[in-house]
Design a binder for this molecule. Structure first.
Ligand code: 9MR
Length: 360
């Protein structure tokens, strides 16, 4: 029904508005009975009915990366997140260097705060990420191969166990191929050899058999050496019976580059391997300042991403890497670029939001 609604343009928009305001119509016919409080709450006299939040437009999980600090300190940030999204991903709080900066000394504060928020607000959680060549603690560098193997197993087991049954999906391995489709030269690859990825999935599955286990990467939205390498690996792991259930497409885009050609068919070929696919870190940056024209192009990109996921039955999640320009990794990484998110710094929806939400 929701997918159908998305595909019916103006009719869908009308249906959704009526659905959103269905409760109001009765009250609006009898305004004399409404107390001032109920009148305000029901929207009587209000200028426009509330929009349907993104999370209610689709059967898919609609997520955002979050930082525990913003969740804890900014009520407006937390409120829009809660209203609009059904899933959260820890932007940094579940990474190894944050959880275990010194060997055996864990800091769960940020990760636990995000889990508490999710429990209290009925949100699904994407776990990010168990093994990555970045943001792992420096003490790993001094370990022998067998020590490193034990450390990886222990890390995966400890973290996945802690939140067993509560994390819908884990990014088990992140960015394990380079752009040529060659295994990335990380300490894991160098010291543990090719088998480490299959082992990582097996260990995660032992720790939480209910979690969906993903491989995740960037610049994989079109057919290229890297996406082909991931495709071949996933197919091979599935043939060996390794518990891998999904492929995450980070989808960090820029309007300075053309939209990835064949995005939908590329995701579909992975789905056809019998795994779920997810858009895990979408954002669409631009060279600042933002202009109406750039924001319109950005809206085109977001709409194409959203529609691609809607069109693929095994695409289960549309997550953005932060939802507001107030908190985005982009300006810190790409000088002179930004404005990559669906909401502006004041938490107002941008044209891209309005494009993917027909009730806005
Ligand atoms: O958004 C994250 C930023 O705060 C960190 O400084 C950065 C460290 O490399 O990681 C960012 O998140 C990355 C994610 O974990 C993996 N895919 C790319 C994301 C953007 O760099």
């Amino acid at each position: 029904m929701l997918r159908a609604l998305r595909n019916h343009g103006r009719l869908g928009r009308l249906c959704a508005v009526l659905t959103a305001s269905a409760g109001l119509l009765t009250l609006q016919t009898a305004p004399a009975l409404a107390t001032p409080d109920t009148a305000e709450a029901s929207g009587v006299g209000a200028q426009a009915p509330a929009r349907t939040p993104l999370k209610d437009l689709t059967d898919n999980y609609v997520g955002s990366a979050v930082a525990a600090s913003a969740l804890g300190n900014e009520g407006d940030y937390r409120s829009v997140l809660t209203d609009e999204f059904s899933s959260v991903t820890a932007e940094n709080a579940m990474k190894w260097s944050v959880l275990e900066p010194n060997r055996g000394q864990y800091d769960w504060s940020g990760a636990d705060a995000i889990m508490d928020y999710a429990r209290q607000n009925g949100k699904s959680v994407r776990g990010h990420t168990l093994v990555w060549h970045k943001q792992h603690p420096s003490w790993l560098n001094n370990l022998s191969a067998s020590e490193l193997r034990s450390a990886v197993k222990n890390h995966i087991t400890t973290v996945v166990n802690r939140y067993e049954g509560e994390i819908r999906a884990w990014d088990v391995v992140n960015e394990v191929f380079d752009s040529n489709g060659i295994r990335r030269d990380s300490i894991f690859q160098r010291k543990l050899g090719d088998g480490w990825i299959a082992d990582a999935f097996r260990w995660a599955h032992q720790a939480d058999p209910s979690a969906k286990l993903y491989i995740n990467d960037y610049n994989t939205g079109w057919v290229n050496d890297k996406s082909n390498a991931i495709y071949d690996l996933v197919r091979s792991l599935r043939q060996q019976g390794v518990p891998i259930h999904g492929v995450g497409f980070q989808t960090h885009l820029s309007i300075d580059y053309s939209f990835p050609g064949g995005y939908q068919s590329n995701l579909q070929r992975f789905a056809d391997l019998g795994v779920d696919v997810a858009i895990t870190e979408a954002d669409v940056r631009m060279t600042l300042p933002a202009t109406d024209s750039k924001l319109t192009t950005q809206a085109d990109y977001y709409e194409r991403l959203w529609n691609a996921c809607e069109a693929i039955s095994r695409c289960v999640e549309f997550t953005t890497w932060g939802y507001t320009d107030r908190h985005s990794w982009v300006p810190n990484t790409f000088e002179g670029q930004g404005a990559a998110c669906l909401f502006d710094e004041s938490l107002n929806p941008k044209p891209a939001y309005n494009r993917i939400n027909p009730t806005a």
